[in-house]
Design a protein around this ligand. Sequence first.
Ligand code: GLC
Ligand code: CA
Length: 566
Amino acid sequence: MPLASHDVFTAPDWWRQAVVYQIYPRSFADANGDGIGDLQGITSRVPYLSALGVDAVWLSPFYPSALADGGYDVDDYRDVDPKIGTLDDFDAMVAAFHAAHIKVVVDVVPNHSSDRHEWFRAAVAAGKGSPERDRYIFRDGKGENGELPPTGLQSIFGGDAWDRVTEPDGTPGQWYLHLFAKEQPDFNWDHPEVHADFLTTLRFWSDRGVDGFRVDVAHGLKKNLDPKFDAMVGFDDGVGDLGDGQHPLWDRDEVQDVYAEWRAVFDEYDPPRTAVAEAWVLPHRQARYSAREGLGQTFNFDLLKAAFAADEFHEVIDRNLRAAADIGGSTTWVFSNHDVVRHATRYGLPAGISGAPAPGAASTGSGNDGKQWLLDGGDPGEVDAEQGLRRARAATLFMLALPGSAYLYQGEELGLQEAGQIPDQDRQDPAFFRNRAIEIGRDGCRVPLPWTGEGSSFGFGPDGAHLPQPSWYADYAVAVESADPASTLNLYRRALALRHELECDEVLEWLEVSPSVLGFTRPNGWCAVTNFGTEPVALPSGEVLLSSGPLNPGELPGETTVWLRR
Ligand code: GLC
Ligand code: CA
């Protein structure tokens, strides 16, 4: 018997099993026809998101930015980019979401600002030894005239992690640290003003009605740049940590002191504001971020990195549910976001590890992350798009029945494939420009959404799109899929509606099926079974509620998930 349906919107613990939809604002919907998605565009699509059945949206950065890193280079943490809208537009958007009972989560980027942030400009202008410089990480260079970077650190996006400024008197000057693009100087998190300013930012958005925060590079912030680490080979490769809290750059124990301060601010509100950490750390370190005293939840990228295989899914799910239960937290599941190749494409690529891990990634599972395919030209002809989509639908339907919260990335509800072939002159991602040889960049998952099957930008806006949309995007348009009962969009809609009805205690019991089939039951009899193999198997007993693809009588076809009531 299903438990009483839980009003996610009004419950203080709404986040525990929420479906959170990630919006990449510049590529979602463009209201004013300049080719760039905007807040009014988002507001105009609230009915769409409400009908889709999401509990919350998370907006990637919409702050003023020169877009050196897709907006993760923030000029001002307490304003809206004029190209995207105004604070009034923001308030109107929040009001529209709340009226539709959808929570709003915004991105906060504490590891670094942009080089156009007023503090960084002041630091450059004030010169060496000034208090202004102390809010960032400035060092003298090595070599006779300081012409060499202070250490050999490399940036996540390639090239030196240090850049040299010109001093106010016009001479070549000190160097500043940027673990990401050179337009993203790292803050000095040993400085009290940096701490205080982020608390002001958290209150600023919380006072405007924001319900939670997604914390960018949460495992960064604190550093130990002692020169004794200079010789350490491999600590600059973005690999999340050494697992002991002593890595010079990532996941240092003392970063939790920052989040304890943040937690005190979150708890000033009723209901308390929530946070989810983007922390690419080893599994045993995740709990530090997920603890109630800390940020409260962490992205768990393990399913994203796993191959489409029963044993990997089983291991990842089991481990993460246990870890969450140990601290009374709730885990998160994610297959796609603005940093990785879309999962409908990844699952259509040949198996095996290829390419480098995503920025800051701690470890790679055995899934194909698609980076090598992108580097080789991103040819859609090399993707078995049908199989990729079949598996993506099966994996997502399985995931949506799990305890914990589900993060969806805009366009995955359309089964959208990665736009692998973007002409070089149209690319925007800094990874492409700095790191061309090993990384083509993340633009292919950031191409503006298709809303209609025709029109200059498939309904994204009245006039064009800031990244080129491939012609096959038409087939995935919202209007086209809405009219097709078997579409991925209609599958997501049915799944989210049913999930609301069936939501229950955060536990599951595994079913014994066969090595290529994975299944579990929730306490109210809600059961999900996935056939990871390609051959059909016998359909387990129970009333069929939903399936990710067509079923034959008594059979669960390959690469298909079914939801049953038992
Ligand atoms: C995170 C973001 C990514 C960004 C990086 C630097 O990994 O998800 O898009 O490039 O942080 O801010
Ligand atoms: Ca616009």
